[in-house]
Design a protein around this ligand. Structure first.
Ligand code: AMP
Length: 373
């Protein structure tokens, strides 16, 4: 390992993860395999990540004292979700190396900033407009047209904070329904499919992308990921090139997920980016030489990246709410790998785990859904 742009953090060191969810849990498991210790910071007691970590600090993110002791106890910090307050990330970055940077976080946590950044880099998105009142929304609808999607500028995930605007939807009612001071109006995309690319990056010369995958949603929540995406090789190359260009523009150190729409005329529009492990990359745990979580740890610690090649085709299905009751049945299939997140209560919409069915790599894109439809 020569020419590193920052000093590597070697196994034995402690990685601090802000956030206690399943992404933190699976990162902690990958980090432990590489010989790292993991310390979780989360307000949640008995969180999925803390259950498998070496240490946990249970405190509010804005508890300055807790943040200071957390920073003292770790060698490097990262985050498993982008909705941590930016001031908290900045305070942490002043005490300990934080990767990815607060710059990446600031862009990814605000939809208006995110899409403006993408367009400024020449990355295509659906037309959008920032709206701060019902009047601004009415004006934006005149240019963007209908149907459209109104989203909260910040703190939205899994379709939360979204209002669909149809031909007859009243703008004032839609803005009131959004329940946020800042919103973003987007032209509705009548897409053929949704795909995503996940890549790891240390610097300009060290970037490794996983194969693009297709994502199907149910009630705005990711339901199924199909790996590889049944798209042309050329479109796949374009998707990876787009993700690489975004990572380069962000000067990312870490992992980046880029969600895209494939339009009926085979064009790509970026919907969202996330500088962290992503639900649409869970299949890599069982079907790739290096998983997204191991790759994430390697990238933030400055270790050489692993090989992201796919050794199996895969269909990943999220186990949401009561889906978790199907675990026994799924386990009976020897080619299905089950991952559960240690959450006690299967509430509706709650991601309880996921199941990945593996297929031989040479059979083309798997078309068989794992269960249900
Ligand atoms: P998001 O929270 O932006 O990732 O949106 C969640 C899901 O809602 C996406 O994966 C799409 O299935 C759908 N969606 C979001 N924005 C649009 C849009 N502009 N047009 C059509 N569908 C959308």
């Amino acid at each position: 390992m020569t020419d590193l742009t920052f000093p590597a953090i070697y196994p034995g060191a402690t990685i601090g993860i802000v956030g206690g969810g399943q992404l933190g849990r699976m990162t902690a498991q990958a980090a432990a395999r590489l010989g790292y210790r993991v310390h979780i910071l989360t307000p949640e007691k008995d969180s999925p990540a803390a259950q498998v970590a070496t240490e946990a600090t249970v405190a509010a993110y804005d508890d300055a004292g807790a943040l200071k002791s957390f920073a003292k106890a770790i060698d490097i910090a990262t985050f498993e979700f982008e909705n941590i307050p930016l001031e908290v990330a900045e305070a942490l970055a002043a005490l300990v190396p934080l990767r990815p940077s607060t710059h990446c976080l600031a862009i990814a946590q605000d939809r208006v900033r995110e899409k403006s950044f993408l367009n400024a880099q020449g990355v295509p998105t659906t037309p959008f407009a920032a709206v701060g009142s019902a009047q601004e929304l009415a004006r934006a609808l005149e240019t963007i047209g209908r149907p459209a999607v109104l989203k909260t500028a910040t703190l939205g995930y899994d379709g939360k904070g979204q209002v669909m605007i149809e031909a007859d939807t009243d703008a004032a009612a839609a803005f009131a329904q959004l329940g946020a001071a800042r919103g973003m109006l987007e032209a509705f995309v009548d897409f053929d499919s949704e795909i995503s690319v996940i890549l790891a990056r240390l610097d300009r010369d060290r970037v490794a992308a996983f194969d693009p995958v297709e994502n199907r949603h149910r009630h705005h929540i990711l339901d199924t990921t199909i790996a590889p995406a049944p798209i042309t090789a050329e479109l796949g190359r374009q998707a990876i090139a787009m993700a690489e260009a975004i990572a380069e523009a962000l000067d990312l150190v870490g992992l980046l997920a880029v969600e895209m729409f494939v339009t009926p005329d085979h064009k790509l529009l970026v919907n969202e980016i996330a500088p962290r492990p992503h639900n649409s990359g869970h299949w890599t745990m069982d079907a790739c030489i290096t998983s997204q979580f191991e790759q994430f740890v390697r990238a933030i610690c400055g270790l050489p990246l692993g090989n992201p090649s796919r050794h199996s085709n895969a269909v990943m299905r999220n186990l949401i709410g009561d889906d978790v009751e199907k675990v026994q049945e799924l386990m009976a299939d020897p080619d299905t790998k089950i991952h559960l997140y240690g959450k006690a209560e299967p509430r509706p919409g709650r991601k309880m785990g996921h199941a990945t069915k593996l297929y031989p790599v040479d059979t083309g894109a798997p078309k068989i859904p794992l269960f249900g439809a």
